[in-house]
Design a protein around this ligand. Structure first.
Ligand SMILES: CC(C)(COP(=O)(O)OP(=O)(O)OC[C@H]1O[C@@H](n2cnc3c(N)ncnc32)[C@H](O)[C@@H]1OP(=O)(O)O)[C@@H](O)C(=O)NCCC(=O)NCCS
Length: 171
């Protein structure tokens, strides 16, 4: 597969779902686990659009359930790769709920996942560089290394001492 750099826009993946009774808890809110499932799938498609390889979820870095999503809500998930490294990619997903009368979309949740591209044996394999263009894409790109280091520390895969980008926050 080509390792030609791609823009963040080229990795955009969008899906829209409606919340049905089986998706909700006893007070009529969409269950967190159900949303995580949709997030994982749309983020994986976005990561795949960057590298055109099989991708696996390496980490769920952050999910903020800021507002409840209710039964019958129309929910749109928009995922874009925010930065790629050697074999891993960070994907940011924004979640919107659509007003039934006006069609206006309000952002209710956001999430950040890490995917790794793998070969047929499940070994990590190189991915193309990601080019951020908009102000928001640049902001997310610039903060991604810090988040990667934090995620690796929490997973016990990096020593805090080696987290150069994180340490800069406290200098
Ligand atoms: C993800 C996986 C392929 C990583 O394999 P590994 O042997 O740890 O490979 P590495 O240590 O070389 O890591 C590969 C990349 O992932 C990154 N990575 C690994 N764990 C990470 C974490 N918790 N957070 C952020 N990045 C992580 C590494 O930094 C590296 O990135 P880079 O090459 O871009 O610098 C492997 O752990 C795996 O197959 N996990 C299961 C995946 C899966 O089944 N997901 C579904 C969940 S049920």
């Amino acid at each position: 597969m080509s390792l030609k750099p791609k823009t963040a826009k080229e990795t955009l993946a969008v899906s829209t779902v409606i919340v049905l009774p089986n998706d909700t808890n006893t007070i009529g809110n969409m269950m967190g686990g159900r949303l995580l499932h949709h997030l994982d799938i749309i983020a994986a498609i976005s990561a795949h659009r960057l590298c055109r390889r099989v991708v696996v979820t390496a980490a769920v870095n952050n999910v903020a359930f800021n507002y409840p999503i209710k039964l019958a809500d129309i929910v749109t998930l928009e995922a874009k790769v925010s930065r790629s490294f050697s074999t891993s990619m960070e994907v940011c997903i924004d979640v919107y709920v659509e007003n039934h009368s006006t069609g206006k979309k309000t952002k209710c949740n956001e999430a950040i996942y890490t995917f790794v591209a793998v070969d047929q044996l499940g070994s990590p394999i190189g991915v193309p560089e990601l080019i951020p263009e908009s102000e928001e894409e640049l902001e997310r790109y610039n903060a991604a290394l810090r988040r990667k280091q934090l995620s690796l520390i929490l997973a016990g895969k990096m020593k805090p001492h080696d987290a150069t980008e994180l340490k800069k926050l406290f200098e």
